[in-house]
Design a protein. Sequence first.
Length: 151
Amino acid sequence: MLQPLRCLLLTSAVLLCNATPTPTEKHGGTDTRCPLTVKILDAVKGTPAGSVALKVSQKAADGGWTHIANGVTDATGEIHDLITEQQFPAGVYRVEFDTKAYWKNEGSTPFHEAADVVFEAHTEGHRHYTLALLLSPYSYTTTAVVTDAHQ
């Protein structure tokens, strides 16, 4: 009776050790090297939303927007290494997700042209941001995970 229990405990310990993300792991964890990371989930299929294009802009002193970066989500619905620390000083940012193209590619007619997330970064010191977007043809929900840099 004890032998099977020991095997089960040993197997569980090995699996848990292998499941622990490392600080440099990109997918499924927090990538401490990226100041801005994006994760998108298709709420209709319950899967990551790959091939979603997006643009990152920073609000300028005159109230306009200065384009900083472009990206496209990968098969995991994520984008890493979108911008560098130097491109991401304190300020107001807009991430515009091209949701219309994504839904048209999926064979749906979407309500929204795009999903915009506008936020102020680094108001309480230097931080890293993960923007999560839950997407459907007629709605979207967003949340952010904000952590201290290099945590």
